[in-house]
Design a protein around this ligand. Structure first.
Ligand SMILES: [Zn+2]
Length: 400
């Protein structure tokens, strides 16, 4: 498993030690090709569905137990996020295959398309779950042009993406191994995290509209500077969350001024804001409060502001039966485990709506993720893979 993990980490490797594999870019497509070749060489069946999800399959006596994660990364991301789960899933199949015994369910290791949202976010898993909305394709987070270019590179057709939907009756469960991406397991000295649920997230694009002007001849008092309002919003949003929403997080991850030059007062400014919580009611309250802050910032500089919703993911509780199987698996291996929520989004949140789903977390050194410094000691990676194997066999036998 380690050899395969290292081989994969070399695809799209960055000088800093991470990987740069944005969804449906050349490096991502190369990683997916590696996965299919590796599976085929081991005698597993392979499949690529209309949403580009790549699978290795070990046929068994019942519906499909999906084991998955993703091979795409954020730009200049780490080598563990997603890839660990796919390699571990593949090795669960190889371990079962090596026994020569037909499993009671069909085992499928799956690499979902565009988990990270470079293009749309959870594109492959939502398509498989039958939840892919045409609005998210029409106004994708990464822009329409990038989506169309990516689909073309991958040989996918937009109108066929929804054909990836699977009949829920054909699915037994979904299990995913992933790094925690936060500090809690390391801080508590726990080896395995049993994920209880995934936070919901919403994102908005805010457009502050003012008036562009000559930077030398427009008096300070006569300006309608969109950049000022955007900057005021960035600071106010942060203060709001720290003060009134201690269980939430909000982030302005992108800020663009138009036309964008030293000598022009910004005529418009675009702000990308995203916020997360485990509770829907908190998301509602935070959304209203943030949009009020945007109005206040715009009014303070005599501007207009438009808010466009870009993404919306509801908080997702994970299946108690699958959680119990993960707990038993860890205990059977003599590993310590603890329940914890996920602050990051995952494909499991799309699948949980149609099939019992669960996630296993392993410690992230320093809680670092989405960065080349992302690291999990190999012993923890192996612990996670063994827990995945045991939990999969346990849940396959016990059933829902
Ligand atoms: Zn991930």
């Amino acid at each position: 498993m380690r050899e395969d993990f290292d081989a994969l980490a070399a695809i799209g490797a960055t000088p800093e030690g991470g990987v740069n594999r944005p969804s449906l870019g050349e490096a991502h497509l190369a990683a997916r090709a590696w996965f299919i070749e590796r599976a085929a060489a081991a005698g597993l069946e392979t499949r690529v569905d209309p949403a580009g999800n790549h699978s290795a399959i070990l046929p068994g006596g019942g519906p499909t137990l999906l084991l998955g994660s993703h091979l795409d990364s954020v730009p200049d991301g780490g080598r563990y996020d997603g890839a660990l789960g796919v390699v571990a899933a593949l090795h669960v199949l190889l371990a079962v295959q090596s026994t020569g015994v037909e499993p009671p369910v069909t085992l499928e290791a799956i690499d979902f398309t565009d988990e990270e949202g470079t293009l749309v976010g959870l594109l492959g898993s939502e398509a498989l779950a039958g939840k892919l909305q045409s609005e998210s394709l029409q106004a994708p987070r990464g822009g329409r042009e990038a989506l169309l270019a990516g689909l073309e590179r991958a040989g996918l057709r937009e109108e066929e993406l929804v054909l990836a939907r699977r009949d829920p009756a054909s699915l037994h469960a979904y299990l995913e191994l992933h790094i925690e991406q936060g500090p809690r397991l390391v801080e508590s000295g726990t080896q395995i995290g049993v994920v209880t649920g995934i936070v919901g997230a919403r994102s908005f694009s805010l457009a502050f509209r003012g008036r562009a002007g000559h930077a030398g001849t427009t008096p300070m008092g006569a300006r309608r500077d969109a950049g000022l309002a955007a900057a005021a919003f960035v600071v106010a949003a942060n203060e709001l969350v720290v003060r009134d929403f201690p269980d939430c997080v909000a982030t302005v991850g992108d800020l663009r001024f138009e036309p964008g030059a030293f000598n022009v007062v910004p005529g418009s400014a675009r702000v990308a804001v995203e916020f997360r919580s485990l509770e829907s009611a908190q998301l509602d309250a935070l959304e209203s409060a943030l949009l009020r802050e945007a109005d206040t910032a715009a009014a303070a500089y005599a501007l207009g502001v438009e808010a466009t919703p870009v993404g919306r993911w509801e908080p997702t509780p994970l299946d108690p039966g699958v959680q119990a199987a993960i707990e038993r698996a860890a205990a059977g291996l003599g590993l310590s485990s603890a329940p914890l929520p996920s602050g990051a989004g995952h494909d499991a949140q799309a699948l949980a709506a149609v099939v019992p789903s669960g996630m296993i977390f392993v410690p992230s050194t320093g809680g670092v993720s989405h960065d080349a410094r992302e690291h999990t000691p190999w012993e923890d990676c192996a612990n996670g893979a063994n827990t995945l194997l045991r939990a999969a066999l346990d849940y396959a036998a016990v059933g829902p």
